[in-house]
Write a protein that binds this ligand. Structure first.
Ligand code: ADP
Length: 254
Protein backbone atom coordinates (compact mmCIF):
# COMPACT_ATOMS: atom_id res chain seq x y z
CA UNK A 1 0.00 0.00 0.00
CA UNK A 2 1.19 3.53 -0.80
CA UNK A 3 2.22 5.70 2.14
CA UNK A 4 0.68 8.69 0.36
CA UNK A 5 -1.52 9.10 -2.64
CA UNK A 6 -2.52 12.55 -3.86
CA UNK A 7 -4.94 12.69 -6.79
CA UNK A 8 -5.60 15.92 -8.68
CA UNK A 9 -5.25 18.24 -5.71
CA UNK A 10 -6.02 21.89 -6.37
CA UNK A 11 -6.22 24.63 -3.78
CA UNK A 12 -6.83 28.39 -3.59
CA UNK A 13 -6.13 30.45 -0.51
CA UNK A 14 -9.18 32.35 0.75
CA UNK A 15 -7.86 35.50 -0.96
CA UNK A 16 -8.31 33.72 -4.29
CA UNK A 17 -4.65 32.92 -5.03
CA UNK A 18 -4.28 29.55 -6.74
CA UNK A 19 -1.52 27.77 -4.79
CA UNK A 20 -1.90 24.18 -6.08
CA UNK A 21 -3.09 23.12 -9.52
CA UNK A 22 -4.05 19.55 -10.20
CA UNK A 23 -1.18 17.98 -8.26
CA UNK A 24 -0.92 14.19 -8.18
CA UNK A 25 1.84 12.21 -6.48
CA UNK A 26 2.58 8.94 -4.77
CA UNK A 27 4.99 8.10 -2.00
CA UNK A 28 5.94 4.50 -1.29
CA UNK A 29 6.34 3.22 2.25
CA UNK A 30 9.94 3.90 3.28
CA UNK A 31 10.68 6.14 0.28
CA UNK A 32 12.43 9.52 0.59
CA UNK A 33 11.11 11.98 -1.97
CA UNK A 34 12.51 15.46 -2.64
CA UNK A 35 10.13 18.35 -3.40
CA UNK A 36 11.85 21.29 -5.05
CA UNK A 37 10.81 24.49 -6.77
CA UNK A 38 11.23 28.25 -6.45
CA UNK A 39 9.80 30.31 -3.59
CA UNK A 40 6.04 30.50 -3.83
CA UNK A 41 5.81 27.27 -5.86
CA UNK A 42 3.36 25.76 -3.37
CA UNK A 43 5.66 23.35 -1.51
CA UNK A 44 4.56 24.38 2.00
CA UNK A 45 0.93 24.53 0.93
CA UNK A 46 1.19 20.96 -0.35
CA UNK A 47 2.75 19.70 2.90
CA UNK A 48 0.01 21.38 4.95
CA UNK A 49 -2.57 19.37 3.01
CA UNK A 50 -0.95 16.04 3.81
CA UNK A 51 -2.16 15.96 7.38
CA UNK A 52 -5.31 18.00 6.94
CA UNK A 53 -4.11 21.41 8.21
CA UNK A 54 -5.41 22.69 4.86
CA UNK A 55 -7.92 23.13 3.31
CA UNK A 56 -9.91 25.08 5.90
CA UNK A 57 -12.88 22.79 5.22
CA UNK A 58 -11.80 19.30 4.27
CA UNK A 59 -13.14 17.99 0.98
CA UNK A 60 -15.11 14.79 0.86
CA UNK A 61 -14.13 12.62 -0.90
CA UNK A 62 -10.58 13.69 -0.14
CA UNK A 63 -7.96 13.80 -2.92
CA UNK A 64 -5.38 12.54 -0.38
CA UNK A 65 -4.98 9.08 1.10
CA UNK A 66 -2.49 8.12 3.80
CA UNK A 67 -1.89 4.36 3.89
CA UNK A 68 -5.24 3.96 2.20
CA UNK A 69 -7.19 6.22 4.56
CA UNK A 70 -8.72 9.42 3.20
CA UNK A 71 -7.76 12.70 4.88
CA UNK A 72 -11.32 13.42 5.96
CA UNK A 73 -12.87 14.68 9.16
CA UNK A 74 -13.75 11.22 10.44
CA UNK A 75 -10.12 10.05 10.22
CA UNK A 76 -8.40 13.29 11.09
CA UNK A 77 -6.84 12.43 14.45
CA UNK A 78 -5.48 9.15 13.04
CA UNK A 79 -4.08 10.89 9.97
CA UNK A 80 -2.50 13.67 12.05
CA UNK A 81 -0.64 11.06 14.08
CA UNK A 82 0.48 9.17 10.97
CA UNK A 83 1.76 12.18 9.04
CA UNK A 84 4.29 14.11 11.05
CA UNK A 85 4.81 17.64 9.79
CA UNK A 86 8.13 19.28 10.62
CA UNK A 87 7.92 23.05 10.29
CA UNK A 88 10.76 25.12 8.95
CA UNK A 89 11.23 27.01 12.23
CA UNK A 90 11.35 24.72 15.28
CA UNK A 91 10.30 27.65 17.47
CA UNK A 92 6.87 27.44 15.81
CA UNK A 93 6.59 23.85 16.97
CA UNK A 94 8.04 23.80 20.49
CA UNK A 95 5.77 25.22 23.16
CA UNK A 96 6.24 23.25 26.40
CA UNK A 97 8.55 24.24 29.27
CA UNK A 98 10.73 21.12 28.98
CA UNK A 99 11.90 18.90 26.14
CA UNK A 100 10.27 15.85 27.77
CA UNK A 101 6.87 17.52 27.99
CA UNK A 102 7.12 18.68 24.42
CA UNK A 103 7.87 15.22 23.08
CA UNK A 104 5.13 13.76 25.33
CA UNK A 105 2.47 16.17 24.05
CA UNK A 106 1.49 14.23 20.93
CA UNK A 107 1.42 10.71 22.36
CA UNK A 108 -0.52 11.99 25.40
CA UNK A 109 -3.16 13.35 23.01
CA UNK A 110 -3.29 9.86 21.55
CA UNK A 111 -4.11 8.45 24.99
CA UNK A 112 -0.73 7.27 26.25
CA UNK A 113 -0.03 7.81 29.97
CA UNK A 114 2.28 6.77 32.81
CA UNK A 115 5.31 4.59 32.25
CA UNK A 116 4.30 3.76 28.66
CA UNK A 117 4.40 7.48 27.88
CA UNK A 118 7.71 7.98 29.67
CA UNK A 119 9.24 5.06 27.77
CA UNK A 120 7.89 6.33 24.43
CA UNK A 121 9.43 9.76 25.05
CA UNK A 122 12.78 8.30 26.09
CA UNK A 123 12.90 6.05 23.03
CA UNK A 124 12.05 8.91 20.67
CA UNK A 125 14.73 11.15 22.17
CA UNK A 126 17.24 8.34 21.88
CA UNK A 127 16.33 7.82 18.22
CA UNK A 128 17.22 11.44 17.44
CA UNK A 129 20.45 11.32 19.45
CA UNK A 130 19.13 13.28 22.44
CA UNK A 131 18.86 10.53 25.08
CA UNK A 132 18.39 12.02 28.54
CA UNK A 133 17.31 15.47 27.35
CA UNK A 134 13.88 15.27 29.07
CA UNK A 135 14.52 18.00 31.64
CA UNK A 136 16.32 20.38 29.28
CA UNK A 137 14.72 23.68 28.35
CA UNK A 138 13.83 23.91 24.65
CA UNK A 139 14.75 27.58 24.31
CA UNK A 140 18.29 26.88 25.54
CA UNK A 141 19.02 24.27 22.86
CA UNK A 142 20.89 24.83 19.63
CA UNK A 143 18.86 25.17 16.49
CA UNK A 144 19.84 21.69 15.35
CA UNK A 145 18.85 20.20 18.70
CA UNK A 146 15.49 21.98 18.56
CA UNK A 147 14.85 20.46 15.15
CA UNK A 148 15.65 17.04 16.55
CA UNK A 149 13.30 17.55 19.52
CA UNK A 150 10.52 18.36 17.02
CA UNK A 151 11.36 15.19 15.12
CA UNK A 152 11.30 13.20 18.38
CA UNK A 153 7.78 14.53 18.96
CA UNK A 154 6.72 13.12 15.60
CA UNK A 155 8.45 9.79 16.23
CA UNK A 156 6.78 9.55 19.65
CA UNK A 157 3.42 9.65 17.83
CA UNK A 158 4.69 6.77 15.67
CA UNK A 159 4.38 8.83 12.49
CA UNK A 160 4.65 6.64 9.39
CA UNK A 161 5.18 9.56 7.01
CA UNK A 162 7.36 12.59 7.69
CA UNK A 163 6.63 15.80 5.80
CA UNK A 164 9.60 18.12 6.24
CA UNK A 165 9.54 21.79 5.25
CA UNK A 166 13.04 23.19 4.59
CA UNK A 167 14.60 21.05 7.32
CA UNK A 168 18.17 22.29 6.76
CA UNK A 169 17.62 25.96 5.95
CA UNK A 170 18.61 27.34 9.34
CA UNK A 171 21.24 24.77 10.32
CA UNK A 172 25.01 25.21 10.46
CA UNK A 173 27.13 22.60 8.63
CA UNK A 174 27.34 20.28 11.63
CA UNK A 175 23.61 20.53 12.35
CA UNK A 176 22.91 19.87 8.70
CA UNK A 177 25.17 16.81 8.63
CA UNK A 178 23.56 15.40 11.76
CA UNK A 179 20.04 15.96 10.45
CA UNK A 180 20.94 14.36 7.12
CA UNK A 181 22.32 11.27 8.86
CA UNK A 182 19.25 11.09 11.07
CA UNK A 183 16.83 11.29 8.14
CA UNK A 184 18.81 8.56 6.39
CA UNK A 185 18.51 6.33 9.45
CA UNK A 186 14.76 6.80 9.91
CA UNK A 187 12.79 4.05 8.18
CA UNK A 188 9.53 5.89 7.52
CA UNK A 189 8.45 7.50 4.25
CA UNK A 190 9.65 11.09 3.94
CA UNK A 191 8.71 13.97 1.68
CA UNK A 192 11.26 16.76 1.95
CA UNK A 193 10.54 20.25 0.61
CA UNK A 194 13.84 22.04 0.26
CA UNK A 195 16.14 24.42 -1.58
CA UNK A 196 19.07 22.29 -0.39
CA UNK A 197 19.70 20.41 -3.64
CA UNK A 198 22.77 18.70 -2.23
CA UNK A 199 20.57 17.17 0.44
CA UNK A 200 18.21 15.97 -2.28
CA UNK A 201 21.09 14.43 -4.24
CA UNK A 202 22.45 12.80 -1.10
CA UNK A 203 19.32 11.27 0.38
CA UNK A 204 16.39 11.36 -2.06
CA UNK A 205 16.49 8.90 -4.98
CA UNK A 206 13.44 10.59 -6.56
CA UNK A 207 12.40 14.21 -6.84
CA UNK A 208 9.37 16.31 -7.85
CA UNK A 209 9.57 19.83 -9.25
CA UNK A 210 6.75 22.19 -8.41
CA UNK A 211 6.33 25.61 -10.04
CA UNK A 212 3.38 27.99 -9.74
CA UNK A 213 1.39 25.30 -7.99
CA UNK A 214 1.81 22.66 -10.69
CA UNK A 215 4.06 19.62 -10.89
CA UNK A 216 6.34 20.24 -13.85
CA UNK A 217 8.71 17.27 -13.55
CA UNK A 218 9.19 14.07 -11.59
CA UNK A 219 11.80 11.35 -11.78
CA UNK A 220 15.16 10.03 -10.60
CA UNK A 221 17.01 12.83 -8.82
CA UNK A 222 20.12 12.74 -11.00
CA UNK A 223 18.10 12.86 -14.23
CA UNK A 224 16.02 15.82 -13.10
CA UNK A 225 18.79 17.83 -11.46
CA UNK A 226 21.17 17.24 -14.37
CA UNK A 227 18.61 18.69 -16.79
CA UNK A 228 20.00 22.21 -16.81
CA UNK A 229 17.33 23.66 -19.11
CA UNK A 230 14.55 22.29 -16.89
CA UNK A 231 16.23 23.53 -13.73
CA UNK A 232 16.81 27.05 -15.09
CA UNK A 233 13.27 27.25 -16.48
CA UNK A 234 11.95 26.77 -12.96
CA UNK A 235 14.19 29.09 -11.03
CA UNK A 236 16.62 26.37 -9.94
CA UNK A 237 20.15 25.40 -10.88
CA UNK A 238 22.14 22.26 -11.36
CA UNK A 239 23.95 21.62 -8.07
CA UNK A 240 27.76 21.53 -8.05
CA UNK A 241 27.78 18.20 -6.25
CA UNK A 242 26.43 16.50 -9.38
CA UNK A 243 29.59 17.36 -11.28
CA UNK A 244 31.32 14.72 -9.15
CA UNK A 245 28.52 12.21 -9.34
CA UNK A 246 28.05 9.60 -11.99
CA UNK A 247 24.64 10.52 -13.42
CA UNK A 248 22.94 7.29 -12.48
CA UNK A 249 20.33 7.31 -9.74
CA UNK A 250 21.81 4.32 -7.91
CA UNK A 251 24.95 6.35 -7.23
CA UNK A 252 23.02 8.79 -5.06
CA UNK A 253 21.98 6.18 -2.54
CA UNK A 254 24.43 6.13 0.29
P1 ADP B 1 6.68 27.55 -1.22
O1 ADP B 1 6.58 26.76 0.05
O2 ADP B 1 7.00 26.73 -2.42
O3 ADP B 1 7.58 28.74 -1.10
P2 ADP B 1 3.97 28.37 -0.56
O4 ADP B 1 3.19 27.11 -0.44
O5 ADP B 1 4.42 29.03 0.71
O6 ADP B 1 5.21 28.14 -1.54
O7 ADP B 1 3.12 29.44 -1.36
C1 ADP B 1 2.41 29.12 -2.55
C2 ADP B 1 1.60 30.34 -2.98
O8 ADP B 1 0.56 30.60 -2.06
C3 ADP B 1 2.43 31.62 -3.06
O9 ADP B 1 1.95 32.38 -4.14
C4 ADP B 1 2.13 32.30 -1.75
O10 ADP B 1 2.26 33.70 -1.86
C5 ADP B 1 0.70 31.90 -1.49
N1 ADP B 1 0.38 31.82 -0.06
C6 ADP B 1 1.05 31.14 0.89
N2 ADP B 1 0.45 31.25 2.09
C7 ADP B 1 -0.65 32.03 1.89
C8 ADP B 1 -1.69 32.50 2.72
N3 ADP B 1 -1.76 32.18 4.02
N4 ADP B 1 -2.65 33.28 2.16
C9 ADP B 1 -2.61 33.61 0.84
N5 ADP B 1 -1.66 33.16 -0.02
C10 ADP B 1 -0.68 32.39 0.50
Amino acid sequence: MKALEVRNLSYRYPDGRAALRDVSLELEAGERLGLIGPNGAGKSTLLLHLNGLLPERLDSPSPIHVFGRPVEKAHLSGVRAQVGLLFQDPDDQLFCPTVGEDVAFGPRQLGLTGSALTARVAAALEQVGLAGFEERLPHRLSHGEKHRVCLAGLLACEARVLALDEPTSSLDPRGRRELKALLQRLPMAQIIATHDLELVVEICPRVLVLDQGALVAAGPTCDILNDEALMLAHGLERPHILQHHHPHPSSVRS
